[in-house]
Design a protein around this ligand. Structure first.
Ligand code: SF4
Length: 605
C-alpha cells in the first residue's frame, strides 16, 4: 500500500498475545487513520461503558494516514481510548518523531487491551513485537525512561512513555516522547499506567511507499514559499510563545483563574515582548519530523530558583498561559521550569495550571488551609510557591495527591463551595484561549467529545483557505465546517499550524502524488463529520451527554475590565444552532438517522 503499510497490531497485555491484522484502503479513506480510524475500531471492539482504568479499555496509538509521507506538515501520531479524566472518549495528538517510526516499525496502528501482571514495555521492530519486563524502569521519570530505552535500542528508535504520574493513574497523566513532546490531554497516560505499560518503543526502517515521488517533490517545491511567509516565519523564530504578548493584551489569555483582565497582571507594562525574553534562554531549535516550520526550541535557565536541569523543551503557549497570566505570574523563567517539572513527572500542563488557579483561589477564600497545603502560603504571582505546588502534584505528595486526581476529586475534598473556582469542562482544564475573545471556542469546549480543547475546530482559528459563509446561520455553518476539517486533517496526521498556513484546497494534489487517489475538499468535510460524530456516539454509549454537565459560568463573562470587558458569550444559543447542524436530538443528543446514513455510520448507533 502507499502512504501506510496497512497493518494493525493488537496486543493483549493480560496473556501477552499479539495479532496482526490488515486495514483496507477503504477503511483508511473512510476514517483517515489516527484517532479517526481509532474511533471506528473502538466502537466495534470495546464497551464504551467500561471503566477507563479497567483492562477492558483499549488504548490505541496511531499515525495519521499522511504521517511521514512528506505531505505538508504530516508528523503527528495520536493516542486514544476511554478517558479516566472525563469518563468519555479520549484522544490526544502529538508531533515529534514517533508517528513515522511506527510506520517504519511495521504498524500504522497499535491497540492495547488487558493488563500486564508486572510492568512491561512494548518493543516493535519491523513487524516483530515483544513485551519486555521493566521493573527497573517503574517509578522513574519520563526523561530517565526515554534515555534508558534509547541507550538500549539506539538513537534511531522512538519512545513514548509515562512518568510516575501515569503509573499512579493520576487523572491528568500524559504520554511523553522526545523528552517533552506530549500527548497530554484526556489523561491517557493513566490508562497506560493501568495496564502496567511503561513505554512503547518503535524501531525499524520499513519504507513508506509513495506512488509518484517526483510529483510529490514538485509539489513540495512549489509550496515551500508558503512556509516562509510572515506567520510561519515568526512561529519558527519564537515558537508558540509568539502568541503570548498578543493574547494577554487582546483578552485571549485567562487572568487570575479567568476572573479578571490584564489590569491585575504584574507584567502589564512590560516593554519587552515576552517571546524575546524567552528567546534569550533558547540555545537550540527543534522541529517535529519533516516539518518546515520548526516551531520548537530547547531552553536552559542556568541559575536561580528556576534553574532547569540542562536543556528543556521550551514551554508552549498553553503552558505559559495557564501558569502565567492565569496565576498572575509574569516570571518567564519560572514558566520554563514548571514545564520541565510537568514533563518529567508526566502531567498535562493545561489541567495542572488550571488546578493551581483553583487551589490558590480556594486558599485565598479560606476553603483550603495552610495545614492542608503542608505549610505553603498559596498566592497569585508567587512563582516559587506555584513551583512547589506543582512539584507536590507531580510527586503525589500532600495536597498534590488530591489535586492530581483532578477538579472533581478536589471539590469532593475541599467542599462543594469551591466548585465556583473550577474552570474545567467535565474535569478537563480549560486551555488558555478565552471565549470572551472568541465566542465559538466555548462551543468547542462544551460540545466536543473531548471537552475543553482548543484544537478541535472553531472559526477564530479557521483552517487556511476556508471562506466563511454568509447568511443567517453563517457562524454555525462556519463552526461545523471547521470542526469537520480539523478532525479530518488531524486524523490524517497534519499539524494544526500546518493547516493554518497551507490552503487545504491543495491537499487533493498531494493525495494524487502520494497514493494516486482522487479527493475533493467535500470528502475531507464528510470524513471529519464522520469522525466527530463517532466520538460523540462513543460518549452516548458511555452515558456521557454534554447537556448533563455545566460549563463554568465565569468563563462566559462578563469581565470587569480589559479588551473584552462586558462581553457575555451566548453559549446556549450557539449550542442550539450546533445541534441543528449535526441533527442531534436536543434532549438525548442522539444524531438523526439521516445524517448517520449520509456518513455511512448508521451501523454504529
Ligand atoms: S509546526 Fe511546530 S508543532 Fe507543528 S509539526 Fe512543526 S515543529 Fe511540530
Amino acid at each position: 500500500m502507499y502512504a501506510v503499510n496497512g497493518k494493525l497490531l493488537s496486543v493483549n497485555l493480560s496473556d501477552g498475545t499479539f495479532t496482526s491484522e490488515e486495514v483496507s484502503l477503504e477503511q483508511y479513506k473512510k476514517y483517515l487513520g489516527g484517532y479517526g480510524l481509532g474511533a471506528a475500531l473502538l466502537m466495534e471492539r470495546m464497551d464504551p461503558a467500561a471503566d477507563a482504568l479497567d483492562p477492558g479499555n483499549i488504548l490505541g496509538f496511531a499515525a495519521g494516514y499522511l504521517t511521514g509521507t512528506g505531505a505538508y506538515i504530516a508528523s503527528r501520531f495520536m493516542v486514544f481510548g476511554k478517558s479516566p479524566l472525563t469518563g468519555g472518549w479520549g484522544d490526544s495528538n502529538c508531533g515529534a518523531h514517533l508517528g513515522k517510526k511506527m510506520k517504519q516499525a511495521g504498524y500504522d496502528t497499535i491497540l492495547l487491551s488487558g493488563k500486564s501482571e508486572n510492568p512491561v514495555y512494548l518493543y516493535v521492530n519491523e513487524g516483530k513485537a515483544e513485551l519486555i519486563p521493566c521493573e527497573e524502569l517503574w517509578g522513574t521519570d519520563t526523561f530517565h525512561a526515554e534515555d534508558f530505552l534509547k541507550e538500549k535500542y539506539g538513537k534511531g528508535c522512538q519512545v513514548a512513555c509515562i512518568g510516575p504520574a501515569g503509573e499512579r493513574m493520576t487523572a491528568m497523566a500524559g504520554i511523553s516522547t522526545d523528552k517533552g513532546r506530549y500527548a497530554a490531554r484526556s489523561g491517557l497516560g493513566a490508562v497506560m499506567g493501568s495496564k502496567n505499560l511503561k513505554a512503547l518503543v518503535v524501531n525499524g526502517n520499513i519504507p513508506i511507499e509513495i506512488k509518484n515521488q517526483n510529483k510529490l517533490n514538485e509539489l513540495r517545491k512549489k509550496h515551500a514559499p508558503d512556509f516562509k511567509e510572515e506567520f510561519p516565519a515568526t512561529l519558527r523564530k519564537y515558537g508558540t510563545s509568539m502568541f503570548y504578548n498578543l493574547a494577554i493584551h487582546e483578552g485571549d489569555a485567562p487572568f487570575k483563574n479567568w476572573s479578571t483582565s490584564i489590569e491585575e497582571y504584574p507584567g502589564k507594562d512590560n516593554t519587552v515582548d515576552e517571546a524575546e525574553t524567552i528567546l534569550e534562554l533558547q540555545t537550540k531549535r527543534y522541529a517535529c519530523q519533516g516539518c518546515p516550520i520548526a516551531c520548537g526550541g530547547h531552553v536552559e535557565v542556568k541559575s536561580g530558583p528556576f534553574k532547569t536541569e540542562g536543556l528543556q523543551h521550551k514551554a508552549e503557549f498553553e503552558t505559559m498561559g495557564l501558569f502565567g497570566p492565569n496565576l498572575l505570574n509574569d516570571n518567564m523563567e519560572s514558566l520554563q521550569k514548571l514545564n520541565e517539572v510537568c514533563n518529567r513527572w508526566g502531567i498535562d500542563t493545561i489541567t495542572t495550571g488550571g488546578l493551581c488557579g483553583y487551589a490558590i483561589e480556594s486558599f485565598e477564600n479560606g476553603y483550603i488551609t495552610k495545614e492542608q497545603t503542608g505549610g505553603l502560603e498559596l498566592a497569585w504571582s508567587d512563582a516559587e510557591v506555584i513551583l512547589k505546588l506543582v512539584e507536590k502534584i507531580g510527586k503525589n505528595e500532600g495536597i498534590g495527591a488530591i489535586l492530581s486526581q483532578g477538579f472533581e476529586a478536589a471539590v469532593k475534598e475541599f467542599g462543594e463551595e469551591t466548585r465556583k473556582y473550577v474552570m474545567a469542562v467535565r474535569n478537563e482544564g480549560m486551555p488558555a484561549h478565552d471565549p470572551r475573545w472568541s465566542a465559538d471556542l466555548a462551543l468547542t469546549y462544551y460540545t466536543d467529545a473531548t471537552p475543553a480543547r482548543h484544537t478541535q475546530g472553531c472559526t477564530t482559528f479557521a483552517v487556511a483557505g476556508y471562506t466563511m459563509p454568509e447568511g443567517d446561520n453563517a457562524e454555525a455553518v462556519g463552526h461545523r465546517d471547521n470542526v469537520n476539517l480539523y478532525h479530518a486533517f488531524s486524523s490524517l496526521g497534519l499539524c494544526v499550524f500546518g493547516f493554518s498556513v497551507f490552503d487545504y484546497h491543495n491537499l487533493p494534489g498531494f493525495f494524487e502524488a502520494i497514493d494516486g487517489t482522487k479527493w475533493t475538499v467535500e470528502d475531507f468535510d464528510k470524513a471529519g463529520a464522520r469522525i466527530h460524530l463517532l466520538r460523540h456516539m462513543f460518549n452516548l454509549k458511555a452515558g456521557i451527554r454534554y447537556n448533563k454537565f455545566s460549563f463554568p459560568k465565569r468563563v462566559l463573562g462578563p469581565l470587569p475590565s480589559g479588551k473584552t470587558k462586558g462581553v457575555v458569550v451566548p453559549l446556549e444559543d450557539m449550542v442550539k444552532e450546533y445541534e441543528k447542524q449535526y441533527r442531534l436530538d436536543p434532549e438525548t443528543l442522539v444524531p438523526d438517522e439521516s445524517i448517520l446514513k449520509e456518513l455511512d455510520i448508521a451501523h454504529f448507533k
